[in-house]
Design a protein around this ligand. Structure first.
Ligand SMILES: Nc1ncnc2c1ncn2[C@@H]1O[C@H](COP(=O)(O)OP(=O)(O)OP(=O)(O)O)[C@@H](O)[C@H]1O
Length: 263
């Protein structure tokens, strides 16, 4: 791939009209293999931005280029080539995965759709191994998966394409703490193994600090902070970011007491 930025977003605008736009003249450059965390309060436009980058919705104005080429040659459909480079894991894989299909079928589908070669058992087994799932999961239906398993299957389905970049929308929402840590470690591992970039939307600042070298903060459709994660956490530029970081719950063991009645 060229030395051009992997993704270049220029002047993106999405919404019904200037005042109520969800995304407001947003520009962003994303390098190859960059790992970026995108945070911001509920409703500020994070998922909408991911959908624009994925190409499932189109901006009213502005353009997205991948390695210097516009991602759309026709207004309604991104290039097939782009689909092979950029994959997505949804916020709630349980509702996104067709419920009656087996995991084997779910994993085979994008390989067939994008004409990436034959699907055999060895390929499917490698795909589930990569996300630490047993081979036996291949025969299960999506409805039979736990939340953590569904999240891993969604990840395996994205990785089977061997993408260069992964868009992940709150990949740990609804999971308990140990599972969140496991998914975070797994994402770090697959980014490393596959030399893949990542843009992850999350409300979990520890996911950004543990996984992403760059952090973006969004407010009302604008990117208001864009720095190295360590710099944002140490000295945010924006008062809104400061408030967002202050709102992260911390456990202070010294300030916590058992009520006398249960000691
Ligand atoms: N299909 C849609 N039609 C109309 N408005 C929408 C649609 N999807 C989202 N919105 C609106 O766009 C705004 C941004 O939504 P979006 O889902 O991008 O926010 P978000 O930052 O991802 O929020 P959250 O953190 O709660 O997931 C919200 O006001 C939402 O109501």
């Amino acid at each position: 791939m060229s030395d051009k930025p992997f993704l270049q977003l220029d002047g993106l605008r999405y919404g019904r009209g200037r005042a109520s736009d969800i995304i407001k003249s947003l520009s962003l450059t994303i390098g190859q293999q960059e790992r970026i965390g995108l945070v911001g309060e509920s409703g500020c436009g994070k998922s909408t931005l991911l959908k624009l980058i994925l190409g499932v919705i189109s901006a009213q104005s502005g353009q997205i280029c991948c390695a210097g080429e516009p991602i759309r040659i026709k207004p309604w459909r991104p290039m097939n080539h782009y689909r092979k480079l950029v994959q997505y894991i949804p916020q709630d894989p349980h509702t996104a995965l067709p419920p009656q299909q087996t995991v084997a079928k779910l994993l085979a589908e994008p390989v067939k759709r994008l004409k990436l070669g034959t699907v055999d058992n060895a390929l499917l087994q490698r795909a589930v191994e990569q996300v630490d799932l047993p081979h036996s999961i291949l025969d299960k239906k999506a409805t039979e998966l736990s939340g953590g398993q569904a999240q891993r299957v969604a990840l395996a389905r994205a990785l089977i394409i061997k993408p260069k970049f992964l868009l992940a929308d709150e990949p740990t929402s609804g999971l308990d703490l140990p599972l969140r840590e496991q998914i975070k470690a797994l994402l770090a591992q697959v980014c490393e193994d596959n030399q893949m970039g990542l843009l992850v939307v999350t409300h979990d600042i520890s996911m950004v600090s543990g996984l992403c070298e760059r952090m973006l903060v969004m407010q009302q459709g604008h990117i208001i902070e864009d720095q190295a994660t360590a710099d944002v956490l140490r000295a945010p530029n924006n008062i809104y970011t400061q408030r967002l970081l202050e709102a992260v719950p911390r456990i202070d063991a010294t300030a916590w007491h058992f009520p006398r009645s249960i000691i």
